[in-house]
Ligand binder design. Structure first.
Ligand code: SF4
Ligand code: SF4
Length: 448
């Protein structure tokens, strides 16, 4: 190739364009896994960096800002330029004063820090938009409808790194010897990560993958780290929080009917109700108690964000309005669009008590009985790169990628091994270590 053409192609590969964000396989690292090339292919007034990290015991976003402030800010700037935003806001808890100070030193023009209170769920996208801009996103709408794009700290770091996503950052906390945050090759096992935290301290360890409030129960330690794995909470199977996660439907249905006294606390503290959304979990409980379905009462269940605040914090009777609400939500989501509630920007106003009814994290931690665990997880100066990885072809919202390597192929770290179907929403998948492809199924198995 002509040297000038080679130079242009190198420059093109390093430029942050929507096409390159797609090629690097960047997806929302905050848990949702929405492909970033779709999210950032828009026009917005404000880009908000979500550093709220409101799940108790998780620390990796704050650690990323502490260790890579330049890169995180560069990521924010790139996204602001891509979407034409005139304002960038970094939402971070004010209690992390040292991180706020470090971040402030690196701010660029048109950027500001919004210091958030220490409450849950400050990191919920719609709560964050309200807390940082005073704008209310209507039920069923996205932040873009009020001129905002919200993206997690790690996603912004991935944009600034200008290379394929081959690692993920996560915190390992709870009943472990030494809680840590660390960078891990995608396709490593959760057991590998827990080993680096000194192993578990309990007799029958199980995990909440994602965090104590909105995590997912698992006792399979061979599960894999993906682009969206942000936290791993280890607890004993007998821990009260684990028992809540394991409560069968028949049980929470039965206690809902027998014990709900309609005190209303679940609704009065629901963050979506406080934003003015038509969700009232106590009415969902009433519907269960009388075994009647009054459509007009339960229709708002669709707007439950599944934060678990009603079940784990608000309810004095230890009932489970969240699961009752989400069962209804799944039922409503099967209906046609015309049969469901629909809202436009400006249709709702927040509750006057919104700012005074937030759930403080220390109280929440006491309620869910995790306050005895060390609430620090410093970032290890080490990247976990095992000799064998099993990389899922589906780590994002949308269709799984199609494998483009075969058994026996030798791949380099960062090489594309899975390609999205061009007609479907999806993301590219890359090799997280160099080595030989030893198996291809729903995963690409690589031996280094
Ligand atoms: S807080 Fe509990 S007892 Fe009170 S209405 Fe809600 S579910 Fe019923
Ligand atoms: S889980 Fe409960 S508190 Fe959270 S949005 Fe749903 S109903 Fe409201």
């Amino acid at each position: 190739m002509h040297p000038l053409k080679t130079l242009i192609s190198i420059l093109d590969e390093n430029m942050v364009t929507i096409e390159n964000i797609k090629k690097w396989g960047i997806v929302g690292a905050g848990g949702a896994g929405f492909p970033s090339h779709v999210k950032f292919d828009a026009k917005a007034e404000i880009v908000i960096m979500n550093g709220a990290e409101c799940e108790p015991l998780l620390h990796k976003d704050k650690e990323l800002l502490r260790l890579y402030p330049n890169e995180c800010i560069e990521g924010l700037k790139i996204i602001m330029d891509l979407v034409g935003a005139k304002r960038g806001i970094i939402g971070i808890k004010g209690k992390y004063k040292d991180v706020v100070d470090i971040t402030r030193k690196h701010l660029l023009e048109n950027m500001e820090i919004s210091e958030l209170g220490n409450y849950y769920p400050a990191g919920d996208e719609l709560s964050l938009v309200y807390d940082t801009t005073s704008r209310v996103v209507a039920p069923g709408n996205i932040p873009l409808t009020v001129g905002c794009i919200v993206s997690n700290v790690e996603t912004m770091l991935n944009v600034a790194r200008k290379k394929p996503v081959t690692t993920s950052f996560l915190s390992v906390a709870g009943d472990v010897v030494k809680p840590i945050s660390l960078e891990v090759a995608i396709g490593s096992t959760l057991a590998d990560c827990i080993k680096l935290a000194g192993g578990s301290k309990c007799n029958d360890p199980v995990m909440l993958v994602g965090g104590p409030m909105m995590g997912r129960f698992s006792d399979d330690f061979s599960e894999l780290v993906t682009k969206t794995t942000g936290g791993l909470i280890v607890l004993d199977r007998s821990h009260s929080l684990i028992q809540k996660y394991l409560r069968p439907k028949v049980e929470y249905d039965k206690i809902a009917k027998a014990s709900c006294d309609q005190c209303n606390f679940c609704t009065e503290l629901c963050p979506r109700y406080l934003l003015g959304h038509p969700i009232e979990p106590h009415k969902n409980m009433r519907n269960k108690a009388f075994e009647v379905t009054v459509e007009s009462l339960i229709a708002g269940a669709e707007f439950c964000c599944e934060c678990n605040l009603c079940s784990f914090y608000a309810c004095p009777e230890d009932l489970d309005p969240k699961n009752v609400s989400t069962d209804l939500k799944r039922m409503i989501q099967k209906k046609s669009k015309e049969e469901r509630l629909s809202f436009k920007p400006g249709d709702v106003e927040h509750h006057p008590m919104l700012d005074y009814r937030k759930a403080p994290i220390p109280k929440l931690m006491r309620k869910i009985e995790i306050d005895q665990f060390e609430n620090k997880a410093p970032m290890l100066d080490y990247i976990l790169m095992p000799e064998f990885v099993k990389i899922p072809l589906s780590q994002h919202i949308g269709a799984p990628a199609d494998a483009i390597v075969r058994v026996g192929d030798n791949v380099k770290e960062g090489q594309i091994i899975g390609r999205p179907n061009p007609s479907k929403l999806g993301a590219f998948i890359h090799a997280s270590i160099g080595g030989e492809v030893v198996k291809v199924d729903d995963y690409i198995h690589i031996k280094g």
